[in-house]
Design a protein around this ligand. Structure first.
Ligand SMILES: NC(=O)c1ccc[n+]([C@@H]2O[C@H](COP(=O)([O-])OP(=O)(O)OC[C@H]3O[C@@H](n4cnc5c(N)ncnc54)[C@H](O)[C@@H]3O)[C@@H](O)[C@H]2O)c1
Length: 258
């Protein structure tokens, strides 16, 4: 079940956190994985981890905010392996602030990575998926529960993740007859370097108390772990999910059920 033998995947932001875990699992399940990240060294370390366990992966310097960089990443996969079967739009950044606390530069920085990045990478990937033989592929976007419900003082972040959910639905519907599926995952808070950076930047003097509050926010009493998100990405990318498209899959410890 959920094998990816013979498939090629591009995972953006694969050098850290959820993207790293998705890349490790995809490689374990037989995919060749391109590890796209603006942090080339981090992607290189993940490639070494995958190589050490007999998997196939290569690091690629990718800046998702740059349309040419997105095109080059897809082209690199195709040049090496002939086709692109799976794109995981995982690269993303966050910030804290309500509407009035959000400066235009910060708003546009988040839009550039979280929205333009998904658009550019999906554009390059879909163009390839339509011309390859057999035609088609699967796109998995990392949205967030913050795109479904308001999280306090996350104005820009919520905005970008709402856009990711919309892009997922549009892409799914526009290519539904061309064997391209597109779905998104909406995690609640997941313990990754993303959360550690947030704790250091916004709660430097109260890291442990804030970490405990983040755990307690979920009805299940703890944050999620990257290895609890990766299996859903695997399912959505696999042939077993042939009937799933345009979906928003929530993994949030019960946060949105309350
Ligand atoms: N951690 C959470 O609580 C959480 C919750 C919901 C959704 N998400 C989403 O999941 C995704 C991954 O989050 P994470 O927690 O693993 O983050 P992370 O900070 O651990 O990793 C993000 C990776 O993206 C890379 N990156 C950043 N900007 C980039 C760019 N311009 N081009 C290419 N790569 C870039 C970083 O170098 C890093 O390796 C993000 O889209 C995030 O919004 C995270």
């Amino acid at each position: 079940m959920f094998r990816l033998d013979g498939k090629t995947a591009l995972v953006t932001g694969a050098g850290s956190g959820i993207g790293r875990e998705i890349a490790l699992l995809f490689a374990e399940q037989g995919a060749v994985v391109a590890l796209g990240d603006i942090d080339e060294d981090a992607a290189g370390r993940v490639a070494a981890e995958i190589g050490a366990t007999g998997g196939q992966a290569f690091p690629w310097r990718l800046d998702v905010t740059d349309v040419e960089s997105a095109r080059a990443a897809v082209a690199a996969v195709v040049e090496r392996h002939g086709r692109l079967d799976i794109l995981v739009n995982n690269a993303g950044i966050g910030m804290v602030g309500d509407l009035l606390e959000t400066a235009p530069d910060d708003f546009h920085r988040l839009m550039a990575v979280n929205v333009d990045g998904v658009y550019y990478c999906s554009h390059a990937a879909v163009a390839q998926m339509l011309v390859q033989d057999p035609r088609g592929g699967a796109i998995v976007n990392l949205a967030s529960v913050a795109g479904m419900v308001a999280v306090a003082r996350r104005f820009a972040y919520c905005t970008t993740k709402g856009a990711v959910i919309s892009m997922t639905q549009s892409t799914a519907m526009d290519y539904v007859d061309q064997n391209i599926r597109c779905n998104c995952i909406c995690p609640g808070t997941v313990e990754t370097p993303f959360v550690e950076a947030y704790l250091r930047k916004y709660h430097a003097g109260e890291i442990e108390e804030t970490r405990q509050a983040l755990h307690a926010r979920q009805p299940l009493g703890r944050m999620g772990r990257p290895e609890e998100i990766a299996p859903l990405a695997l399912y959505l990318a696999s042939d077993e999910a042939a009937y799933v498209t345009g979906a928003q899959m929530v993994i949030d410890g019960g946060l949105t059920a309350r």
